[in-house]
Design a protein around this ligand. Structure first.
Ligand code: FEO
Length: 402
């Protein structure tokens, strides 16, 4: 139900997108929400972020239930990506195109480039600067590259509310609105979100968490632009972000593979069994049946990535290329890597997979394992033993890091 009152004079006027299933390549099995926040104070009425363009009317209706949208004095754009700025031109058209849109320096650049046929009255806010609204005071925190160059947070010091843009969000549309209405499953959604959106910027997340601590911010509530709002235990999501940003790995192996005539799959099964026999957790993922966003989520806290591909036309099987490109861009760190596959005559795939693992700065266990055509009894045994070797390497790495 929107508008959702979250504090005195503060409302979530955003929308839920129940039906989206692909968010630029991220499989959103449970939809998402585009949260936008209206603050009605004594001297100023402010809207923080907007929504995706097709939901503009719904946003305006939600605002209307609180106040005439024309009474909005200014908009704060924490983030210019289109899921938060798409409605901006139509909202400005209604409330007055001269109204200021406060944003970061990079936000000004991004908004100008996105809406290059419009004149938006962008006003750059300096990090740390404040804006008095009446009983509330807003301050602005630069969070560059979390996850775009323009990203920033807005904080209300009197209420201890942090509007955190994409950070601490989840792609999750639900009847519930707050963390205390949800069980532990909420953290699974937040983890998937972190793995797919914030992982490449993990070192910056660590620094941000430190600086939030240094600033001594009181955090009564964290309100991201997607999903559930953290009002009961904001410290819990901060703690999870710390662990995810440090990329803390477990004794867990992900085996991703595809197959042409089941030979690579037979190898995969033996490798999985072999690794599992050492006591480590192993997740087999045939890439044709898994979304790439679920693969990176599983990989995020795994110690090793094992990749299997047949050789097709002297290349890696194309489905693997998709997943590896996605993983590489998200920059998981501190992993072991291994490759395997069946081949017919030239058999380049394993060598090419090794190159991919090297490009991701994974520590390769060895040169990989290949089988000619269909694995025989001996090859199956070699695959099982390879799995054992991988499992042992994972355990050795874990002991070394304890
Ligand atoms: Fe939710 Fe980066 O946009």
């Amino acid at each position: 139900m929107r508008p959702l009152k979250i504090a005195e004079g503060i409302y979530d006027v955003g929308v839920k997108d129940w039906n989206i299933r692909d968010f630029h390549g991220y499989a959103t099995h449970r939809g998402t929400s585009y949260n936008a926040f209206l603050i009605v104070d004594d001297d100023k009425v402010v809207l923080i972020d907007t929504v995706k363009e097709p939901f503009t009317q719904e946003l305006l209706e939600n605002i209307r239930k609180v106040i005439d949208p024309k009474k909005i004095d200014c908009i704060i754009s924490n983030h210019s990506e289109m899921d938060h700025s798409g409605a901006l031109p139509r909202v400005l058209h209604l409330i007055g195109e001269e109204k200021p849109v406060y944003c970061s320096k990079m936000g000004e650049k991004a908004l100008t480039a996105h809406f290059n046929d419009k004149k938006i009255n962008t006003q750059v806010v300096k990090p740390g600067s404040e804006m008095k609204l009446g009983k509330y005071t807003l301050s602005f925190i630069e969070t560059r590259m979390l996850h775009w160059p323009d990203s920033m947070f807005t904080y209300i010091k009197e209420a201890g509310i942090l509007f955190s843009s994409d950070a601490f969000g989840q792609h999750y549309a639900s009847h519930e609105n707050f963390d205390d209405e949800m069980g532990e499953g909420l953290f699974d959604h937040a983890k998937t979100y972190f793995a797919n959106i914030l992982l490449p910027f993990a070192p910056r997340v660590e620094k941000l968490l430190e600086s939030i601590q240094d600033m001594g911010l009181t955090l009564n509530m964290i309100c991201p632009d997607h999903g559930i709002l953290w009002r009961k235990h904001p410290e819990k999501i901060i703690a999870r972000y710390g662990a995810w940003a440090r990329q803390e790995n477990r004794e867990k192996v992900i085996v991703i593979y595809d197959t042409m005539w089941n030979s690579t799959e037979k190898m995969a099964k033996e490798i999985v069994d072999g690794a599992r026999s050492t006591g480590v957790e192993v997740i087999p993922m045939k890439v044709r049946n898994w979304d790439r966003s679920d693969i990176i989520t599983e990989l995020m806290d795994a110690r090793a990535l094992v990749v299997g591909s047949p050789t097709l036309n002297n290349e890696i099987f194309p489905t693997l290329c998709d997943v590896l490109t996605y993983i590489k861009g998200l920059k998981p760190r501190g992993k072991l890597g291994a490759a395997f596959g069946s081949y017919g005559w030239s058999g380049e795939a394993v060598k090419l997979l090794n190159k991919e693992l090297d490009a991701m700065a994974f520590e390769r266990i060895d040169e990989g394992l290949r089988t000619l055509y269909v694995p025989d009894k001996e090859s199956l045994k070699a695959s099982f033993d390879y799995g054992v070797r991988i499992g042992e390497a994972v355990k050795a790495k874990s002991s070394a890091q304890e």
